[in-house]
Design a protein around this ligand. Sequence first.
Ligand code: AMP
Ligand code: ZN
Length: 492
Amino acid sequence: MQNLKVYNTLSRKKEIFEPLNAPFVGMYVCGPTVYSEVHLGNSRTFISFDIIFRYLSHLGYKVRYVRNITDAGHLENDADEGEDKISKKARLTQLEPMEIVQKYTLDFHHVLRLFNNKPPSIEPTATGHILEQITMAKDILNKGLAYESNGSIYFDVDAFNKEFNNEYGRLSGRNVEDMISNTRELDGQSEKRNPADFALWKKASPEHIMRWDSPWSIGFPGWHLECSVMSSKYLGKQFDIHGGGMDLKFPHHECEIAQNKASHGKKEPVKYWLHANMLTLNGQRMSKSTGNTLLPHELFSGENDKLSQAFSPMVVRFFILQAHYRSTLDLSNDALLAAEKGFQKMITATHTLSTLKAAQESSLNIDELIAKWYAAMNDDFNTPVLIAQLFDGVKLINNIKDGKSTLNKVDLEKLQKEFSSFVFDVLGLKTEAQTQNQGDEILNGVMKTLLELRKQAKDNKDWTTADLIRNQLAELKIKVTDTKDGAIWEAE
Ligand code: AMP
Ligand code: ZN
């Protein structure tokens, strides 16, 4: 445990990981804005943090992983102008904003499940925390670090910098002049005292659909505020890890730190800031707003001109893990084809491993090999090095099968336990059979519940419900037969 090092964006170096209250670890990761389908770039970031979640848990830490859903208040550009992305989609598709939110939240969960990501411990939504956001905005206002202008509340970057030793910009390494020269002059900027200031609350324009009452106006919260509120609500005023994609360093995370300090005091709100690098497509960042995207289902079906075939979710996951989370990664058909070969080789080795026989003596030191796997992950979660070292394990497994190397019983059991736990638990890969079995388990559970409900309906002489269940299942080609021991089912 003590050997884990993580790269902290705040200090710009690798630091020994020492949680504030070991064995507990609090980790907050910025979740998606749910106004369109999650693309592979988003998926990469969430897979990166899934690995971090998995490895910390593997080391024995008790991790509370909070990942939010941004379902309000995220404007089209960072200068606090433009339309709310969700409102815009709702207007264009003539749906309720919450229909958009529901649809794309389900899509997001579905995709991450296919990639075998573990769900977070808490998944709070911005719209579920409007009151807390108003409270935090009030608090910052009362402390003299924000001001009201025409029904909107803006964070006062100058006032903050005076009181907090010019802290604004420390995370992203920018100075205020740079930030201002990068901020476009837009309508409404005049509401701000300083172009670097950012919104804690925005008064809604007449066409803005998502709106709530507040002491200042009917409006909506600034995007940055939700993460300050939800992270501190569920993890405390100081917590261990805050993550997100590199593109969120500025302004989002910079603003979060400023808000947290303004409201909670000088102590660093987050001990380790971790940022995952971007997935690119044809050398350009994959992004929803520019349309340079590839969607997971296009990969799974192969329906895209850029692909020669379909790739399974596990092959795509393996491809993503072949790069370190802090490096950029470019998606290409050739790289996916190579990943498919590598993935199959590794999975075949897990099968072979279970059939190996122990010998009297070990011909090599297995502990040295396993120590390298831990060393790779302890070095800021270096999955590409881990994968390379696991392939040394694959070589060994094949050598044992061919009689070229031997392991005694204790060593062989160690190899079996550690190799599968790195492949399945830490990297989160799955075999086809595991995917299948998981599906079977779910189906069996659902069928058991349905047949139980049908039995209760029959016991209550509720023939309509009993028939409804049987007929609906028949439409799905699931045949239910009553026997003296109860109903049984089979898929035709
Ligand atoms: P969004 O829904 O745009 O707020 O993005 C959700 C998460 O995906 C954020 O952490 C982003 O930093 C991350 N993200 C967006 N584009 C990419 C990309 N091309 N590669 C990796 N991560 C990305
Ligand atoms: Zn966030």
